[in-house]
Design a protein around this ligand. Structure first.
Ligand code: B1N
Length: 827
């Protein structure tokens, strides 16, 4: 093991240490040529661009490894608390630019490559995105991993090495088509396979009770199926390379790659079946965001990576702490990223009680002190529950343990005076619709701290889904508002703005993003504002070029870029935006006398393959774009663009180019949002509801600089309880009615194609689209007026960038470290 010296090696050698790599451009140039020659086997004269990318990556990687080894030895020496972040998703994106910027190598790499007439900006775009996540939850895990390294926490990310990440989206005939994603096709230079770091994972089988004289009976699980989890480590480079942490992703392999007996007896297919079955666990990421994928394979994935991670954590602890597991909570914190790893609570108990022989009470105490759980959604359709019979068949011992925990929790509750209905609310087993295990409840009772991801969401957790638990354990729920890493979401994606801010207030904000507030006073400085808007224009030109290349749509970079990019979901209300777009189209044509402001409506996002309404919304966006863009009567005033295959790289291009950020979810349903933060940090104004982190953005940015509209979460809940239909509202609003009529009457595709979307509004306006339309429309028109006053717009844009520092994931991570993990920073 070279890069993770957790153990002594097999051979004790006093070998001379290699000299750390040098960061000047001449050394880099020389090493890049050496990598090209000796690692890739190409001559600079014949090398292709991908060869250069690999050579640069390997040269940069050498420097990362130097820092990585240093961090790992420091970890061993300091013995500081380790934070293990268990997440089913890490939506990392590309790594080369991130590494180059965090290591301070930008200029050196550029200079080194100019000697060969190779352009680093172009090479960087050839790197495939690591798309091991769906959306906000996975991207948050990636931001947190980077921030842990940047603020100096001994952080370990644990997840799954999916062979196929999030699907590639193409738009064919206006509709989403899903294509397999194959990020590993050309190898992955960032990962280090650690074959020696592998663990057995069991499934199925039986539990037997072993009785020995004079000892309490023991339970032994004998799984029917056993699979190997093999570690792949990726270095996570923090700011200035001061600390490099590890992201450890597990890959499933057969214990016995081919059954030799079967193979030798001629059954070649049968011999490989077992290997295929094992490997299938880590083949593909489930593409449902905020929606439960109820398949058995998903539960297998969850247990697979949970068990492997816990075995690794325990092995490490035993090795470093004289075999004493009682000190585990002093040395390790384990954060559960939503309920996907919640089975860890039961598996930890099994490992402590059955495998390591600790008593039940001590094990339960250790478990609770080690774990904490982040909830990311209250949407009922996303709350994980598993049928008891499936659980029992796949994980019989863990199911027994869950029953035992349940009995204990219910006993505690009854002692505190809880009665029937309240007791069934806290039961880990939902007896409602077939018996199901409630994973949120399991995560809650097994954790000492449970957090929501914005102030509003945390309050709603206390009032709704976890109401009974909150009454029982009032000290457990806390808020940790999300954040985004300013390295990727400012320095890397917006070099123009980074240079401008540096010129204005110096480079200190790169080390400490709170210093960016120094530009607040420049919001009223016409000279600065002009430069700020010039950077914005250049970023818009860059995006316009991509739109032209990919879609052959010409957009005017001086028009307002009005952007909604995120997963497609009814609660996020892309449909509301599209209805407003259609209404605007109608009004522009019927009222040419009004001073409409030129806009480009930009959409991007993927729908879960099985989510019919979301796919309809994509179809509508493309239909609306096709019709409006072809209509000469509005051409200079309205364009509509749907950019296919939204991913982290595309987000890095879009965020810096937005004037207006659409954060218009039905209030109470978006737990936090993090795209909202990326846009505002890059100087876009927000039009949004009082939902998720928008509420706190309003507090920080100030009400003059953000455009809030619509029903509050409490009002939404009240209307939903009444079962409010949209009919009256629609009939009373000619603009809304007109837009809905053109959508259903076939202006944008066959008549009837969108009946389902439109009829829903008349019936039960569940997502409050009719209810919020008027307020949304009026707010958009206020923004039109503001756009005409470019000084006023520019002032607000500058204030947005100046006031977003609090939404850095460094701040979030420091709060977790202090309030939940009790882990030191700056180690
Ligand atoms: O997590 C993000 C939040 O900013 C978003 O508001 C929230 O919607 C998102 C099941 C989820 N919640 N739940 C999921 C993803 C995948 C899956 O299989 C649920 N994603 C969120 C970060 O806090």
């Amino acid at each position: 093991e070279t890069a993770a010296p957790e153990d002594a090696g097999d051979v004790a050698v006093a070998a001379p240490k290699p000299t750390p790599r040098r960061n000047d451009s001449a050394s880099l140039a020389k090493e890049i040529a050496e990598k090209l020659t000796y690692a890739i086997g190409k001559d600079p004269a014949t090398a292709r661009r991908h060869d250069w990318l690999e050579a640069v990556t390997l040269a940069v990687r050498d420097r990362i490894v130097d820092h990585w080894l240093a961090s790992n030895s420091r970890n061993v020496q300091s013995g500081a608390k380790r934070v293990c972040y268990l997440s089913m998703e890490f939506l990392i994106g590309r790594l080369l630019r991130d590494a180059i910027i965090n290591l301070g190598l930008s200029e050196a790499v550029r200079d080194a490559l100019s000697a060969y007439d190779v352009d680093i900006d172009l090479l960087e775009t050839l790197e495939p995105d690591a798309a091991l996540g769906n959306g906000g939850l996975g991207r948050l895990a990636a931001c947190f991993a980077e921030s842990m390294a940047s603020v100096g926490i001994q952080g370990f990310g644990y997840g799954i090495r999916y062979v196929h990440g999030f699907f590639r989206q193409e738009i064919v005939g206006g509709e989403q088509v899903e294509l397999p994603e194959n990020w590993l096709a050309h190898g992955n230079p960032w990962e280090f396979e650690r074959r020696e770091r592998s663990f057995e994972i069991g499934f199925g089988g039986k539990v037997t009770t072993i009785e020995e004289a004079g000892k309490p009976p023991r339970q032994v699980w004998r799984p029917a199926e056993r699979i190997l989890a093999v570690a792949y480590d990726t270095p996570v480079v923090g700011w200035k390379g001061t600390r490099v942490n590890t992201l450890r992703l597990w890959s499933a392999q057969a214990l016995d790659p081919i059954l030799l007996d079967a193979f030798n007896s001629g059954d070649h297919i049968g011999a490989l079946l077992e290997a295929n079955r094992a490997q299938s666990i880590t083949q593909v990421l489930y593409p449902a965001d905020s929606h439960l994928a109820g398949q058995e394979l998903r539960l297998r994935q969850e247990f697979f990576f949970s068990s492997a991670s816990l075995q690794d954590i325990i092995r490490h602890h035993l090795k470093r702490n004289g075999g004493d597991l009682s000190t585990l909570p002093d040395k390790v914190s384990i954060q559960l990223n939503d309920t996907h790893p919640a089975v860890s609570v039961a598996e930890m108990m099994r490992l402590l009680v059955d495998v390591h022989g600790l008593g039940w009470d001590e094990s339960w105490d250790i478990t609770k002190r080690v774990f904490s759980y982040t909830n990311h959604t209250l949407l009922p359709e996303a709350l994980e529950t598993w049928p008891v019979n499936l659980f029992e068949r796949l994980l019989p011992r863990q199911m027994q343990i869950i029953y035992a925990i349940n009995a204990q929790i219910i006993r505690e509750a009854t002692q505190k005076g809880l009665d029937g209905a309240k007791v069934s609310a806290i039961s880990l087993i939902d007896e409602g619709s077939g018996r199901r295990v409630r994973m949120g409840s399991l995560a809650f009772v097994g954790s000492h701290a449970i957090n929501g991801v914005s102030a509003l969401h945390t309050e709603l957790m206390k009032k709704t889904v976890f109401n009974q638990f909150h009454e029982l354990y009032p000290e457990r729920i806390q808020n940790k508002t999300n954040g985004v890493t300013p390295r990727r979401w400012l320095l890397e994606c917006n070099p123009g703005l980074t240079d401008l801010v540096t010129e204005a207030i110096g480079p200190g904000f790169k080390d400490d993003i709170t210093k960016i507030s120094g530009i607040d006073k420049l919001a009223d400085d016409a000279g600065f504002r002009e430069k700020f808007m010039a950077v914005k224009l250049a970023n818009k030109q860059r995006l316009a070029k991509t739109i032209e290349e990919r879609l052959a749509i010409t957009v005017d970079p001086t028009a307002m870029f009005d952007v909604q990019v995120k997963r497609i979901h009814e609660y996020k209300r892309q449909f509301l935006n599209l209805v407003e777009t259609v209404a605007l189209y109608d009004q522009i044509r019927s009222h040419p006398e009004i001073a409409w402001q030129p806009r480009v409506k930009i959409f991007a996002g993927k729908a879960a393959p099985s989510y019919a309404n979301a796919k309809q919304i994509i179809h509508l966006a493309n239909d609306v774009a096709r019709v409006i863009n072809a209509d000469p009567s509005v051409q200079n005033l309205l364009k509509v663009v749907f950019l296919p295959n939204y991913n982290v790289s595309l987000a890095e291009l879009i965020m810096p180019a937005a004037d207006l950020s659409e954060q218009i979810s039905t209030a109470g349903l978006e737990a936090s949002g993090t795209g909202n933060m990326k846009f505002a940090l890059n100087g876009a104004l927000t039009i949004g509801t009082l939902d998720g982190a928008n509420v706190e953005m309003l507090e920080h940015i100030g009400e003059d600089n953000i455009f809030i509209f619509g029903l509050t979460a409490a009002e939404v809940a009240a209307r939903r309880a009444e079962g409010q239909s949209g009919r009256e509202i629609i009939d009373a609003s000619p603009i809304l009615k007109g837009a809905l009529d053109s959508i259903s009457h076939g202006v944008f595709g066959e008549p009837g194609r969108y009946n389902n979307l439109v009829d829903n509004l008349y019936g039960n306006d569940w997502w409050m689209i009719a209810a919020d339309f008027e307020a949304y429309w009026q707010t958009q028109r206020r923004l039109d007026a503001l756009w005409q006053d470019s000084d006023a717009w520019g002032t607000k844009a500058v204030r947005n960038t100046a006031r977003m520092a609090w939404f850095s994931s460094d701040r979030s991570i420091r709060e977790y470290a202090k309030d939940i993990w009790d882990a030191p920073t700056s180690v």
